[in-house]
Design a protein around this ligand. Sequence first.
Ligand SMILES: [Ca+2]
Length: 190
Amino acid sequence: MGFVDDENQNRKNTTITLYRGVEIKCADPVDVYVRSDIRDKLTSLVVEAKYWMRDDADLAPAYLQQLPRDPRSILTPVLDLNSPPSKKDTIIIFKNCGDDDVCIPDLNLKVYPSVRQYSLDSGENLYLNVEVSNTGEDAFEAVLEVKYPDGLFYGTSTDDQVESHVLCSASENSTIKCDIGNPIPQDKLY
Ligand SMILES: [Ca+2]
Protein backbone atom coordinates (compact mmCIF):
# COMPACT_ATOMS: atom_id res chain seq x y z
CA MET A 1 0.00 0.00 0.00
CA GLY A 2 1.08 3.57 -0.52
CA PHE A 3 -0.31 7.08 -0.30
CA VAL A 4 -1.89 8.47 -3.43
CA ASP A 5 -0.23 11.86 -2.90
CA ASP A 6 3.08 10.35 -1.81
CA GLU A 7 3.83 7.20 -3.77
CA ASN A 8 6.22 4.60 -2.41
CA GLN A 9 5.55 5.76 1.14
CA ASN A 10 3.50 3.69 3.53
CA ARG A 11 3.98 5.85 6.59
CA LYS A 12 2.96 9.41 7.20
CA ASN A 13 3.47 11.75 10.17
CA THR A 14 1.11 14.59 10.90
CA THR A 15 1.17 17.06 13.77
CA ILE A 16 -2.20 18.02 15.22
CA THR A 17 -2.71 20.69 17.86
CA LEU A 18 -5.40 19.80 20.37
CA TYR A 19 -7.13 22.24 22.70
CA ARG A 20 -8.73 21.40 26.00
CA GLY A 21 -12.42 20.60 25.64
CA VAL A 22 -12.35 20.87 21.86
CA GLU A 23 -12.90 17.76 19.77
CA ILE A 24 -11.03 17.66 16.51
CA LYS A 25 -12.01 15.38 13.65
CA CYS A 26 -9.59 14.80 10.83
CA ALA A 27 -11.62 16.33 8.01
CA ASP A 28 -9.33 15.42 5.14
CA PRO A 29 -9.46 11.75 4.19
CA VAL A 30 -6.15 10.10 3.42
CA ASP A 31 -6.26 8.22 0.12
CA VAL A 32 -4.17 5.10 -0.18
CA TYR A 33 -3.75 2.67 -3.04
CA VAL A 34 -2.89 -0.99 -3.41
CA ARG A 35 -0.76 -2.17 -6.32
CA SER A 36 -2.78 -4.23 -8.78
CA ASP A 37 -0.05 -6.91 -8.89
CA ILE A 38 -0.15 -7.52 -5.14
CA ARG A 39 0.69 -11.20 -4.62
CA ASP A 40 -0.75 -12.01 -1.23
CA LYS A 41 -4.49 -11.42 -1.57
CA LEU A 42 -5.49 -13.65 1.34
CA THR A 43 -3.93 -11.63 4.16
CA SER A 44 -5.96 -8.60 5.18
CA LEU A 45 -4.47 -5.15 4.74
CA VAL A 46 -3.74 -3.61 8.13
CA VAL A 47 -3.95 0.13 8.70
CA GLU A 48 -2.63 1.50 11.97
CA ALA A 49 -2.73 4.98 13.45
CA LYS A 50 -0.39 5.72 16.35
CA TYR A 51 -0.31 8.88 18.35
CA TRP A 52 2.04 10.35 20.85
CA MET A 53 2.91 13.69 22.38
CA ARG A 54 5.30 15.50 20.13
CA ASP A 55 7.52 16.41 23.03
CA ASP A 56 7.83 12.78 24.05
CA ALA A 57 10.65 12.44 21.58
CA ASP A 58 12.48 15.40 23.07
CA LEU A 59 12.15 14.43 26.70
CA ALA A 60 14.98 15.38 28.93
CA PRO A 61 17.35 12.62 30.03
CA ALA A 62 16.01 10.36 32.75
CA TYR A 63 18.21 11.82 35.49
CA LEU A 64 16.81 15.32 34.82
CA GLN A 65 13.21 14.03 34.96
CA GLN A 66 13.80 12.75 38.47
CA LEU A 67 14.68 16.20 39.78
CA PRO A 68 11.89 18.07 41.63
CA ARG A 69 9.72 20.06 39.21
CA ASP A 70 10.03 23.82 39.31
CA PRO A 71 6.59 24.85 40.73
CA ARG A 72 6.55 27.92 38.46
CA SER A 73 6.92 25.85 35.29
CA ILE A 74 3.87 25.03 33.15
CA LEU A 75 2.43 21.53 33.50
CA THR A 76 2.72 19.60 30.28
CA PRO A 77 -0.10 17.27 29.19
CA VAL A 78 0.37 13.52 29.32
CA LEU A 79 -1.28 10.62 27.51
CA ASP A 80 -3.73 8.32 29.26
CA LEU A 81 -1.64 5.21 29.80
CA ASN A 82 -4.77 3.12 30.41
CA SER A 83 -5.63 3.04 26.71
CA PRO A 84 -3.14 1.96 24.06
CA PRO A 85 -1.93 4.92 21.96
CA SER A 86 -2.81 3.26 18.68
CA LYS A 87 -5.81 2.10 16.66
CA LYS A 88 -5.77 -0.67 14.06
CA ASP A 89 -8.23 -1.63 11.37
CA THR A 90 -8.11 -4.22 8.64
CA ILE A 91 -9.37 -4.24 5.08
CA ILE A 92 -10.19 -7.58 3.51
CA ILE A 93 -9.46 -8.02 -0.19
CA PHE A 94 -12.61 -9.31 -1.86
CA LYS A 95 -12.43 -12.98 -2.70
CA ASN A 96 -15.07 -14.97 -4.48
CA CYS A 97 -15.06 -17.64 -1.77
CA GLY A 98 -18.51 -17.56 -0.23
CA ASP A 99 -19.82 -16.07 2.99
CA ASP A 100 -17.10 -17.65 5.15
CA ASP A 101 -14.41 -15.79 3.13
CA VAL A 102 -12.28 -18.95 3.28
CA CYS A 103 -11.10 -20.21 -0.08
CA ILE A 104 -11.14 -23.96 -0.61
CA PRO A 105 -10.13 -24.63 -4.22
CA ASP A 106 -10.17 -28.00 -5.93
CA LEU A 107 -7.42 -28.05 -8.52
CA ASN A 108 -7.22 -30.80 -11.07
CA LEU A 109 -4.15 -31.42 -13.18
CA LYS A 110 -3.89 -33.26 -16.48
CA VAL A 111 -0.60 -33.68 -18.33
CA TYR A 112 -0.34 -34.75 -21.98
CA PRO A 113 3.26 -35.50 -23.06
CA SER A 114 4.10 -35.22 -26.77
CA VAL A 115 5.46 -38.77 -26.82
CA ARG A 116 4.73 -41.82 -24.73
CA GLN A 117 8.40 -42.77 -24.54
CA TYR A 118 11.30 -40.38 -24.89
CA SER A 119 14.78 -41.35 -25.93
CA LEU A 120 17.48 -39.05 -24.47
CA ASP A 121 19.71 -39.26 -27.56
CA SER A 122 16.88 -38.56 -30.02
CA GLY A 123 17.61 -34.81 -29.94
CA GLU A 124 13.90 -34.08 -30.21
CA ASN A 125 12.03 -31.61 -28.12
CA LEU A 126 9.74 -33.00 -25.47
CA TYR A 127 6.49 -31.13 -24.95
CA LEU A 128 4.22 -31.37 -21.97
CA ASN A 129 0.74 -30.03 -22.48
CA VAL A 130 -0.59 -29.20 -19.02
CA GLU A 131 -4.21 -28.55 -18.21
CA VAL A 132 -5.24 -27.14 -14.83
CA SER A 133 -8.85 -26.73 -13.84
CA ASN A 134 -10.47 -25.50 -10.66
CA THR A 135 -13.80 -26.97 -9.66
CA GLY A 136 -13.72 -25.44 -6.16
CA GLU A 137 -13.49 -21.88 -4.95
CA ASP A 138 -10.90 -19.40 -6.19
CA ALA A 139 -7.26 -20.54 -5.85
CA PHE A 140 -4.75 -17.83 -4.98
CA GLU A 141 -1.02 -17.92 -5.67
CA ALA A 142 -1.38 -21.23 -7.52
CA VAL A 143 1.96 -22.58 -8.69
CA LEU A 144 2.73 -25.49 -11.01
CA GLU A 145 6.05 -27.23 -10.45
CA VAL A 146 7.57 -29.58 -13.01
CA LYS A 147 10.64 -31.53 -11.98
CA TYR A 148 12.61 -33.09 -14.79
CA PRO A 149 15.51 -35.57 -14.80
CA ASP A 150 19.19 -34.75 -15.42
CA GLY A 151 20.04 -34.59 -19.09
CA LEU A 152 16.96 -32.55 -19.99
CA PHE A 153 16.96 -28.78 -20.20
CA TYR A 154 14.08 -26.37 -20.02
CA GLY A 155 13.34 -24.59 -23.30
CA THR A 156 10.29 -22.40 -23.15
CA SER A 157 6.64 -22.32 -22.24
CA THR A 158 3.66 -21.08 -24.15
CA ASP A 159 0.22 -20.21 -22.93
CA ASP A 160 -2.91 -20.94 -24.95
CA GLN A 161 -5.12 -18.78 -22.78
CA VAL A 162 -4.99 -15.10 -23.57
CA GLU A 163 -6.23 -13.89 -20.20
CA SER A 164 -4.30 -16.20 -17.88
CA HIS A 165 -0.71 -14.90 -18.39
CA VAL A 166 1.04 -17.99 -17.09
CA LEU A 167 4.66 -17.24 -16.26
CA CYS A 168 7.20 -20.06 -16.12
CA SER A 169 10.86 -20.02 -15.23
CA ALA A 170 13.50 -22.65 -14.56
CA SER A 171 14.66 -22.71 -10.98
CA GLU A 172 17.26 -24.76 -9.14
CA ASN A 173 17.26 -28.56 -8.92
CA SER A 174 15.92 -29.12 -12.46
CA THR A 175 12.55 -27.64 -11.62
CA ILE A 176 10.25 -25.41 -13.67
CA LYS A 177 7.96 -23.16 -11.68
CA CYS A 178 4.91 -21.55 -13.23
CA ASP A 179 2.64 -18.96 -11.66
CA ILE A 180 -0.63 -20.21 -13.05
CA GLY A 181 -3.15 -18.00 -11.36
CA ASN A 182 -3.70 -15.48 -8.65
CA PRO A 183 -6.44 -16.41 -8.49
CA ILE A 184 -7.49 -19.31 -10.66
CA PRO A 185 -11.23 -18.60 -10.59
CA GLN A 186 -13.79 -21.22 -9.90
CA ASP A 187 -14.72 -23.45 -12.87
CA LYS A 188 -11.76 -22.18 -14.85
CA LEU A 189 -9.70 -24.32 -17.19
CA TYR A 190 -6.11 -23.37 -18.14
CA1 LIG B 1 -15.68 -20.70 1.22
